[in-house]
Design a binder for this molecule. Structure first.
Ligand code: ADP
Ligand code: ZN
Length: 616
């Protein structure tokens, strides 16, 4: 009888489990209900796929999205694992075929959407076959407190109850909060579960926050140093997605888009273009990503700040799943806070009869609080990794040495005088009964000559032009800082018009000082490429690596799978370093399992042999 370790090596080509994976696998194999909480990219799937290959019967994997299932099943089949899925997109006939083959023991894993579970045909199938385990992927979908609540997940409990014998249940999620965790245990009826939260740190991810004067320019600058790399640009709204994607296309960049406003066909097509590296840049709303386990995503740029840290870390975590260095960059502006606030109000509209008013109010409060934590992340000058880990309940050193803030030199700036000018400007406008947002205030302060200024006769204010010579961006940055500090209030119900608060009044009258830490000028963007060179093993032969990549692309095209499904970049790098010429040596390469060695081994070994022969 093979061990879990053997299975890991034979099918997935890995020598060892990552921290936490082995404990979860052992718990499952001991027959205990198991709950695994791991950050995106930490390797949840292995935790149930390896036991599924060792358990006597079938493992049913409940998974929320069809695209997710198809990807996972495709990757499993490539690795030689007998797996299939059933979903609503299939014809009745192929569904019957799959279930028939599964009933004969043809598969070890069967992926199924939660809606399917209680369909009579599926239920009677499940009652007939020996089910060893039911695994619930993205288990936080069962929690009303989570962001991705799916009512169909509530059917799982009924389904389990309808089986002749209750199988072992395992559940996995990346959402760490206690409320969600408790919900999962309760709603799935887990029995004395072994629960493990693995470290949330993702050492290969580099985190940074920028507050650029122009987001489009900042984005173009970031993309210019990442030519040929694959990445995701997340935007808050559909319209922003369209605008940003159009801008990138106009600049000749290989971008595509994804949001809920597109037709199903277009979404599907664009997603595939991205997965297959035809269009390596994906511009999307948060509708994109769940179930996308493209491993070679080398950057995730947030064009807008998401509404909480859970969303941010989940989305950013889609970078660097292959373990390669990857960058997670947030482009922050004060406006993002207002947009997020608006979206929060919107997502808890009165009229949703399933929620009573008290609960609704509690949900809104909770969301506002999470937004505050997110805003702190965007504006803090402490180590970003430490901030993230602390948010998820982990200890971390004061400085990680590998994030934007650990790299940035901050300086203390006494901005009391500028602050007083801004506050006076708001005060003078209010005297005339006028309340504008921060853009107009900045325009008055720098002495802009726009139509609006003339129309409201703002050029006759005593504060008109008193900050001439300071950039608009700088004035806005200071205004944001004043809002954060509570000296000004932006009223979301009045188009974020600015109001002076009591503490703002005190500062304006010189009863307080305004000192803040601002980043000194940023160093130029060469770090990512530099780091990559350092982190790649020292003796990787780059030209061999390129050859192997070309070969992989050709094989991928022939097999109609994305390149990373064949081998990840990390595997190719290891191959280029070890330069195996026999199948036995090939199997020592990280990420090469037996099925893939059989299917693709000869092609890669030949390429390596050719290369070594051609080499002087
Ligand atoms: P998650 O579902 O937690 O987001 P995945 O299961 O998609 O993460 O795994 C992320 C990546 O890590 C995949 O490319 C996977 O092959 C790789 N991986 C998982 N476990 C290991 C391991 N023990 N050693 C090396 N790579 C691993
Ligand atoms: Zn840091």
């Amino acid at each position: 009888m093979p061990t879990a370790q053997d299975i890991l090596k034979q099918y997935f080509g890995y020598d060892s489990f990552r921290p936490g994976q082995d404990k979860l696998v052992q718990s499952i194999l001991s027959g205990r209900d198991t709950l695994g909480i791991m950050p995106t990219g930490a390797g949840k799937s292995i935790c149930y796929q390896v036991p599924a290959l060792l358990l006597p019967g079938l493992t049913l994997v409940i998974s929320p999205l069809i695209s997710l299932m198809k990807d996972q099943v495709g990757a499993l089949n490539e690795a030689g694992v007998p797996a299939a899925c059933v979903n609503s997109a299939m014809s009745a006939e192929s569904m019957r075929d799959v279930l028939g083959y599964a009933a004969q023991g043809g598969y070890k894993l069967l992926y199924v959407a939660p809606e399917r579970l209680t369909a009579p045909a599926f239920l009677s199938f499940a009652q007939r076959v020996p089910v060893s385990m039911v695994t619930v992927d993205e288990a936080h979908c069962i929690s009303q407190w989570g962001q991705d609540f799916r009512p169909s997940y509530l059917k799982i409990l009924d389904f389990l109850a309808a089986l002749p014998a209750r199988p072992l249940v395992s559940a996995f999620t990346a959402t760490a909060t206690e409320a969600v965790r408790d919900d999962i245990v309760r709603a799935l009826g887990l029995r004395d579960p072994f629960a493990l939260t693995t470290g949330f740190d993702r050492p290969n991810l580099y985190f940074a926050v920028e507050r650029p004067p122009s987001k489009p320019n900042a984005l173009l600058r970031l993309l210019a140093t990442r030519t040929g790399k694959s990445g995701i640009v997340y935007c808050a709204t559909r319209k922003t997605v369209d605008d940003v994607c159009d801008m990138l296309l106009a600049k000749g960049l290989p971008a595509t888009r994804y949001h809920a406003g597109l037709s199903a066909e277009e979404r599907q097509r664009n997603q595939e273009d991205f997965l297959y590296d035809v269009k390596p840049i994906m511009v999307a709303t948060n509708a994109f990503g769940m179930g996308i386990d493209k491993s070679n995503v080398s950057f995730v740029i947030h064009y807008n700040m998401p509404k909480n840290m859970e969303s941010y870390y989940q989305e950013a975590g889609r970078a660097g799943r292959d373990g390669e260095p990857a960058d997670c960059i947030l482009l922050y502006s004060g406006q993002d806070v207002h947009t997020a606030e608006f979206l929060i109000g919107h997502s808890h509209e009165a009229g949703d009869s399933s929620v009573d008013p008290e609960t609704r109010q509690a949900l809104i409060e909770r969301d506002r609080d999470r937004l505050r934590q997110m805003t702190f992340y965007a504006t803090t000058d402490e180590c970003l990794r430490r901030y993230i880990l602390r948010y998820f309940g982990e200890q971390a050193p004061v400085s990680c040495g590998h994030c934007g803030n650990c790299d940035t030199v901050f300086e203390q700036v006494d901005a009391t005088v500028d602050a007083q000018k801004i506050l006076s400007c708001v005060y003078r406008m209010a005297e005339r009964g006028l309340h504008f947002g921060r853009g107009m205030a900045a325009a008055v302060l720098v002495g802009s000559q726009s139509e609006q200024i003339k129309k409201f006769r703002l050029d006759t204010l005593s504060t008109y032009g008193i900050m001439r010579g300071t950039s608009m961006a700088r004035v806005r940055q200071l205004t944001d800082a004043l809002i954060e500090r509570g000296c000004l209030k932006a009223d979301p119900d009045r188009y974020n018009a600015l109001f002076l608060t009591a503490s703002g009044n005190a500062l304006m009258r010189g009863r307080d000082t305004f000192v803040l830490r601002l980043p000194r000028e940023k160093k130029p963007e060469t770090k990512a490429t530099h780091r990559r060179a350092v982190l790649l093993e020292a003796d990787v032969d780059e030209s061999l690596f390129e050859r192997l990549r070309t070969l992989r692309a050709a094989l991928a095209q022939k097999a109609h799978v994305p390149p990373y499904v064949i081998f990840s970049n990390a595997t190719l790098a290891d191959m280029a370093a070890r330069q195996p010429i026999t199948e036995f040596e090939l199997l020592t390469v990280r990420g090469v399992g037996e099925a893939k060695a059989r299917r693709y081994g000869d092609a890669f070994l030949d390429a390596i042999k050719d290369y070594l022969r051609d080499k002087p």
